[in-house]
Write a protein that binds this ligand. Structure first.
Ligand SMILES: C[S@@+](CC[C@H](N)C(=O)[O-])C[C@H]1O[C@@H](n2cnc3c(N)ncnc32)[C@H](O)[C@@H]1O
Length: 458
């Protein structure tokens, strides 16, 4: 017998909480739905569009009782884009959402009971991003568009102005699209794997007047490239370097291996906490410059480092944290897996005249095992792994090596909680401070201070 198609229906619902990604939690009988654009305690007419097991899927038709924390989103395409899922929540509400998210995740996954501190926020919480990275495609009506992928799809929501990105980057991207049209440079077509420009990455320095444009192309060379670069330079004189990155693989990874400098030095410089850093296209660099200073200063002050300390800066990127900490300690050792970031880190040490620091390329887990076997003892470890967190090899060796303090910086509370659970066997979790590096989105950065339980005996 043919299954009857699902018939959507409406009900009056109330939001009881926010999920980890900022969606409103709404119950309908014994089903639960995660609905966009509804806040705790708000009531709304909700359409149920689909039911699967104990979940319903749906949307708000009309809010009937508003939360006092609701604000009007700044962005015109807010509902379509999905990049900033908290723009309808006041900034005070966003900071509390993040604090609560860290607190609950540490408890649920890590079994950690700690009063998480207030989220350290920024003002104004807009236009903070120093990097944009957008796919470029041909729309159905033949227009060259760039934007964000709609949630769970590869459909692009065209974005002309973004309320969290640097305004100057929006302008450069518009010029690039105009020049693509002028020189008939086709954007990439994912299905047919033809076309030229896949992504455009724009990074700007907060401190210096320097801007890097990276054109990620599907092919090694393309007609009109020299004229395109010449026009781009003269129309957007703020650009100080243009790099072509070649990525012809069928992959979601944005950057390919091969790079070609088309103009300028191939990198930009920026300043953080009084030091100058060189940033290459592939190097990790925090996206919110003002909050990065807050993040690093908080992390370093929590570490309470001493002149006699040997410090490990694990997952060090271009060496930012270690270099800033170096003047307060005996020596810093940094480890990082991306080769170009390690080269940048070594240059950054030289440029800033810092001699008590060494950087190594490699996996942090393998590196710390090697150092432990060599009998090298770190007094303090500052670790800042990627979203997927650290690994058993690294954490297990930390438990054996017993640095007296660990400062764990994380951009993903769930992996942080998982890793802290392992470390909590021998470390006391003293403090957890969320720092808002990604205002208007559900993402949160957290700094955690761990102290060795029996440190006094050591
Ligand atoms: C969140 S970033 C932090 C970088 C730096 N601490 C900063 O604030 O700019 C994480 C870094 O870890 C590096 N990484 C990822 N996996 C790694 C591994 N297994 N071993 C060492 N570094 C790794 C990434 O390349 C990236 O630079």
């Amino acid at each position: 017998m043919k299954k009857k198609p699902f018939k959507p229906f409406n009900f009056d619902g109330k939001c009881i909480d926010l999920s980890h990604d900022g969606k409103g939690v709404v119950k309908y009988q014994d089903l639960v739905g995660f609905i966009e654009n509804i806040l705790p305690d708000e009531e709304a007419l909700i359409e149920v569009t689909f039911i699967k097991k104990d979940r319903f899927f749906g949307r708000v038709i009309k809010i009937t009782k508003e939360s006092p924390l609701r604000v009007k989103p700044k962005c015109g395409i807010y509902k379509k884009c999905g990049g900033c899922s908290l723009q309808h929540l006041s900034y005070l509400g966003q900071k509390e959402f993040k604090r609560k998210k860290v607190q609950e995740t540490l408890k649920r996954i890590g079994d950690i009971d700690i009063e998480v501190s207030e989220t350290v926020g920024m003002e104004p919480p807009y236009h903070y991003r120093n990097k944009i990275q957008m796919p470029v495609r041909l729309s159905k009506n033949g227009k060259i568009v760039s934007g964000f992928y709609q949630e769970n799809t590869h459909d692009i929501v065209p974005v002309e102005h973004c309320s969290i990105e640097n305004k100057m980057a929006d302008q450069i991207l518009t010029t690039i699209k105009q020049l693509m049209k002028k020189y008939r440079i086709l954007p990439y077509d994912e299905d047919r794997r033809i076309g030229v420009i896949r992504h455009v990455l724009i990074r700007n320095s907060y401190y210096f007047n320097e801007v890097m444009v990276v054109l990620v192309t599907n092919c090694d060379t393309f007609p009109g490239r020299n004229n395109f670069v010449k026009d781009l330079k003269s129309l957007e004189p703020k650009i100080t370097t243009i790099v072509q990155n070649i990525n012809s693989r069928d992959t979601n990874v944005i950057l390919g291996e091969k790079e070609r400098i088309l103009f300028g030095p191939g990198f930009i410089k920026d300043q953080l906490c009084g030091l100058t850093f060189k940033i290459s296209p592939k190097s990790f660099y925090q996206v919110n410059p003002t909050q990065t200073e807050v993040l690093y200063q908080t992390a370093i002050s929590l570490a309470d480092i001493k002149k006699s300390d040997l410090v490990l800066d694990a997952y060090c990127g271009i060496g930012t944290i270690g270099l800033i900490a170096a003047k307060k300690v005996k020596k810093v050792i940094g480890v990082e897996i991306v080769k170009s970031a390690v080269i940048d880190a070594k240059n950054n040490a030289k440029e800033n005249g810092i001699n008590n620091i060494s950087f190594f390329e490699g996996d942090a887990g393998e590196f710390i095992i090697k150092k432990h076997q060599e009998g090298i003892h770190f007094d303090v470890v500052i670790m800042d792994p990627p979203r997927k967190g650290s690994d058993k090899q690294f954490l297990g060796t930390l438990l054996n090596a017993q640095p007296k303090k660990i400062v764990y910086i994380s951009c993903e509370p769930s992996t942080l909680a998982r890793d802290l659970k392992i470390l909590s066997s021998n470390y006391e979790i003293k403090k957890a401070i969320p720092v808002d590096m990604f205002s208007q989105t559900f993402h949160v950065e957290t700094i955690v201070l761990l102290c060795l339980k029996d440190a006094k005996k050591k």
